[in-house]
Design a protein around this ligand. Structure first.
Ligand code: ADP
Ligand code: MG
Length: 577
């Protein structure tokens, strides 16, 4: 596992001039921060784009955790063992990106790395860090402004566009042939769950359950028009295939034992003869049976419970041909109830016919030794699952992550209704326009803004490099094309060449790109502005509030100066107070 500690320091001043002890210390701190951040970038940056390299992660002190081979930025960053605060800033930024827009981590890291490298050069020629940060912030704002102008319309109703967005995201995380296989699945799933709110169409990623299960190959993955539960019927003689299912969702225990054990009731039962015992048991059973009768009266043929049932209840339900599922996870049962149009019943006495959910087909399927229950053809088709299969844990994990990320991207594109052609074309165009704008700035901020524009070019450069093209030649050509008005000229990783990306199959999402730019600027400016690193004092646990003998409260009597405690209490007080 790679580790990022404070970077090695070089002696001597960066500018070559003599410095006082304090300013030398500041320069050293800044250099350390930059170095630590750049180590992170050098580690993760090469994973950028569809031709990016994979990262293999393992835990050095743990041979049980499987090795993870991934190309996903956040997955790789998250597993880095990081100690230096500057590198931690980068990881936190990556985390925020991952959880807010679900993609763009590597681009943000590469960009902030490029910004930091250029900041270091500027510091060497005595440009003050706060001026650099100001110039970067100005350029960042201008870039966002230009981005708004350049954005292209995205329509979620247009399946081709959805496919393009999904595939562009998938391609960067799984091999291209797998991406081409998974993209239509994502598009179909998104098409099923998309919903309208006041502002437009959106996709709720929670309504698409990504089930990961090893076995078979990735090509065995499929879209399930419903929900899958990793559960099995409580008794094997229950039906394994139910058509026209009417489902009751029970949140209450259907067993007696637990009710009696509940501290809430504090039961006190006095039984003096075997007859009384029998009468008590019979009454108990009758109460439970009455409850179950209420459930059966609704006409349900499937019962899903987040709790469990008594043994004889399971047997009885099985004999009646009812499929009973127990211990469903809360999240699953909620999603299932929503999808089938049912209500979860907390108190069984309140159940009515209207609380039942409906699914066309429920069946049990064995996947690699585990039984799964699939609910298909639900009343509300707005709940689907994508079942990811693969030859190893690693394959299903990475494919699952890629699919989730693609769903997120489509959701983001739908909400903002804006996308860009990909392949680094946007960054190249931004750089081109920012350079012209930077010349209008006065003071040393101009230098920083110029460097910001150059830093943006690191994205097409990296993409070109990953395609085996010569980065310098590629950049010269891209610059020239953009200067001649070809605004979407970039790197086509599929054909391994430079090309106009307008009309190509690669679409990047506006919301992701905007957030990436903001994050990268912020990360760079945070690291640049730091001139001292201090560690917080070690945490010292507080003394117990009442450390009386044996952990008891100290009584008023003990506090009395005339109180003479017994010897063992005295010893205890001496030790602890
Ligand atoms: N087929 C493609 N050709 C060229 N560039 C592509 C292609 N697909 C994706 N990209 C580019 O890859 C970059 C994203 O790479 P990725 O590895 O997903 O990093 P991130 O973690 O930043 O999303 C984007 O700039 C996108 O334009
Ligand atoms: Mg990506």
């Amino acid at each position: 596992m790679p580790k990022v500690r404070s970077g090695a320091t070089k002696s001597g001043s960066a500018s070559g001039r003599r410095r006082s002890g304090k300013s030398e210390a500041i320069a050293k701190t800044q250099r350390n921060g930059l170095e630590a951040a750049l180590i992170v970038v050098s580690y993760i940056g090469s994973a950028l784009g569809p031709r990016g390299r994979y990262k293999a992660m393992y835990k050095s002190d743990n041979f049980v955790t499987p090795v993870l081979v991934t190309k996903d930025g956040w997955e790789a960053l998250n597993r880095l063992e990081i100690e230096h605060p500057a590198a931690k800033v980068m990881r936190e930024a990556g985390k925020a990106l991952h959880y807010s827009v679900g993609d763009g981590t590597i681009t943000a890291m590469v960009l902030s790395g490029a910004l930091l490298r250029r900041a270091e050069q500027l510091m060497r020629v005595e440009v003050h860090p706060s001026v650099i940060a100001e110039g970067y912030a100005l350029a960042g704002d201008k870039a966002l402004e230009i981005m708004k102008e350049l954005a292209q319309e995205f329509d979620i109703e247009d399946r081709e566009s959805v496919l393009k967005v999904a595939r562009s995201c998938l391609e960067t995380k799984v091999p291209p042939e797998d991406a081409a296989f998974l993209a239509p699945m994502v598009a179909d799933a998104v098409g099923k769950v998309k919903a309208y709110d006041g502002r437009g169409v959106f996709v709720d990623p929670d309504q698409i359950d990504v089930i990961k299960k090893t076995g078979g190959t990735l090509r065995d993955s499929k879209l399930i028009n419903g929900i899958g539960l990793w559960r099995e019927p409580t008794r094997y003689w229950m039906p394994y295939d139910v058509r026209d299912a009417k489902i009751a969702f029970i949140g209450e225990e259907l067993q007696i034992r637990m009710a009696l054990m509940s501290p809430l009731f504090k039961p006190e039962i006095q039984i003096k003869s075997p007859e009384q015992m029998k009468a008590f048991k019979d009454e108990e059973r009758k109460m439970l049976m009455d409850k179950i009768q209420l459930v059966l009266d609704t006409g349900c043929n499937v019962i899903v419970s987040s709790k469990t049932y008594d043994d004889y209840v399971q047997v009885g339900l099985g004999r009646l041909g009812i499929l009973a599922i127990r211990r469903a996870l809360d999240a699953d049962i909620k999603r299932l109830a929503k999808a089938t149009g049912g209500n979860i019943i907390a108190e069984t006495v309140n159940i009515t016919k209207d609380d039942l959910g409906y699914a066309e087909h429920i069946y049990v399927k064995n996947l690699e030794g585990d039984n799964w229950i699939f609910f298909e053809g639900c009343k509300d088709p707005k709940a689907v699952s994508i079942l990811i299969r693969g030859s190893s844990q690693n394959v299903v994990e990475t494919a699952g992550l890629a699919v989730k990320s693609a769903i997120n991207s489509v959701d983001r594109a739908a909400r903002e209704k804006a996308v860009f052609p990909g392949g680094g074309a946007l960054e190249a165009e931004l750089a081109h326009r920012l350079k012209a704008w930077a010349r209008t700035l006065h003071g040393k901020r101009q230098l920083a803004a110029m460097r910001y524009a150059e830093a943006l070019e690191s994205i097409p450069t990296m993409l070109a490099q990953s395609c085996g093209l010569k980065p310098l030649d590629a950049m010269i050509k891209i610059r020239a094309e953009h200067a001649n008005g070809s605004r979407w000229f970039g790197v086509d990783s599929a054909r391994l060449q430079l090309a106009d990306m307008q009309g190509s199959g690669v679409l990047d999402v506006y919301a992701v790109k905007a957030q990436v730019l903001k994050t990268a600027t912020e990360v760079a400016n945070t690291v640049i502005r730091v001139d001292g690193i201090f560690s917080r004092p070690k945490y010292i646990p507080k003394r117990k509030k009442h450390p009386g003998p044996g952990g008891q409260r100290v009584t008023a009597e003990m506090r009395d100066p005339d109180y003479h405690p017994p010897a063992e209490v005295r010893r205890f007080m001496k030790e602890t107070w």
